[in-house]
Design a protein around this ligand. Structure first.
Ligand SMILES: [Zn+2]
Length: 428
């Protein structure tokens, strides 16, 4: 450990510009790693990032770098592509999970809010939420969007309540379409409440005992097309929970922007997604957690075999998607059973790597790629001039394996700097 690294990375009033040289710098936008690169930043922005020496004019009189870290990697802060910020993901006991969700909206909000500071200190600077029915995500979105955003806090993008068919799957994080007269007024209603994107639930979930999605899709292709038109007319992307080949097919033909989960997706569907520029967020974690904790979850015999087969097939689909050139994004479904906030994203990256996605691709997609498709092109997710100084510095090279990101690291966030070792993993 460099004991005083956070002090050396931090901007102070007396010394408002930092100049560091990192052995490796991830240029996520151009999908490459720069060697011995300079990174100059102040409290508000990155002033320079690249192998060229910085202009003397920006250095506030400095002639040598503040910090030379030949063994370290600097990379942009991570963006969680799929979270349910209102839930405590790490909890496995079903009664405790059910009790947690019964709390009133204000309590859920007060419990979710400190997660944003913990996540930022872990190196996760932003999250695209997958929905909650208690306005927690919308309130966090408002809180973190403006100039009153608490310091060192991950920004949240929320769809408000997911939209599902009355009587079908989705009630714990959504509200039914039938609350409104039609699809367009439903989308309009969500946006009036502050939704950053629109989340629909076109399918049910996997029946683990049967090893497939047995319920019929919730929305027709035509209905999903209407969701698309209404969302795009108001500049919002359409996020779709979909598993099972029939329902995934509806989502793709309906023209959603992102397919979430996508278990049982076919190779033909992946090719269509590439052609139509639909992104895929495979979320291995929630199903992998069921296998990892099969004893607690009560899965044995055929059901456990089904789960393992589903994951193996999902990994095969991931490799196919990458070979085809599908835009695969990184989101863990954190908040769902066993998937803790923060730890879930690191685990998802590890599972993507185990399934065959190269570390460079995972890191670029979890930063720049997620920002392009999911968080409305914020000035972060890439180390470039003019972007916000929100990045990770680590001695454990994540380009060798993304697992290395779980080691000690320092996070710089708008001029402040903290060690990730200070984060307690309680209540995530
Ligand atoms: Zn979800």
């Amino acid at each position: 450990m460099h004991p005083d690294l956070s002090a050396q990375l931090r901007i102070t009033t007396a010394d408002p510009v930092r100049w560091i040289v990192a052995g490796r710098l991830l240029d996520a936008k151009n999908r490459r790693v720069l060697k011995n690169a300079h990174l100059v930043y102040d409290r508000n922005q990155i002033l320079h990032a690249g192998v060229e020496a910085p202009d003397a004019a920006m250095l506030n009189g400095k002639t040598t770098a503040d910090l030379t870290l030949p063994e370290f990697t600097a990379l942009p802060g991570l963006i969680e592509g799929h979270s349910h910020t209102f839930l405590e993901g790490a909890e496995l006991a079903s009664e405790k999970r059910a009790d947690y969700q019964k709390q009133d909206p204000e309590t859920l909000f007060q419990k979710a809010r400190p997660r944003l500071h913990m996540l930022a200190r872990m190196g996760i600077i932003s999250m695209r939420d997958g929905g909650d029915k208690d306005q927690v995500g919308l309130r966090l979105s408002r809180l973190t969007a403006g100039k009153d955003c608490p310091p060192f806090s991950a920004q949240v993008f929320s769809p408000g309540a997911g939209i599902y068919r009355q009587g079908r799957y989705g009630s714990f994080f959504g509200k039914p379409l039938e609350d409104y007269a039609d699809i367009d007024s439903c989308v309009q209603g969500r946006i009036a409440e502050g939704a950053d994107h629109i989340k629909i639930v076109p399918t049910g979930i996997i029946n683990f005992a049967k090893g497939q999605v047995v319920s019929k899709p919730q929305f027709s292709v035509e209905e999903i097309q209407r969701f698309r038109q209404s969302s795009h007319a108001r500049n919002r992307h359409l996020m779709a929970h979909a598993s099972g080949d029939v329902g995934v097919g509806h989502a793709i033909d309906g023209g959603v922007d992102t397919v979430e989960h996508g278990f049982f997706i076919t190779d033909d569907q992946l090719a269509k997604m590439r052609d139509r520029n639909i992104s895929w967020v495979p979320t291995f974690s929630p199903v992998q957690e069921q296998v990892d904790h099969a004893d607690i979850m009560g899965w044995t015999g055929e059901t456990l075999d089904n789960l393992k087969t589903i994951l193996a097939n999902h990994a095969t689909s991931l490799r196919k998607a990458l070979a085809l050139g599908v835009n695969v994004l990184v989101g863990s479904d954190s908040g769902s059973c066993g998937v803790g906030h923060g730890s879930g994203l690191f685990y998802e990256m590890e599972l993507l790597e185990n399934a065959g996605m190269p570390a460079l691709d995972i890191l670029c997609q979890a930063t720049h790629g997620n920002n392009l498709a999911l968080t409305n092109r914020q000035p972060y997710g890439s180390l470039e001039k003019g972007f916000k100084p929100r990045f990770i510095v680590t001695k454990h090279n994540p380009l060798e394996t993304v697992r290395n990101l779980q080691g000690d690291r320092w996070v710089v966030f708008d001029g402040a700097a903290e060690s990730s070792a200070t984060v307690s993993l309680e209540n995530l």
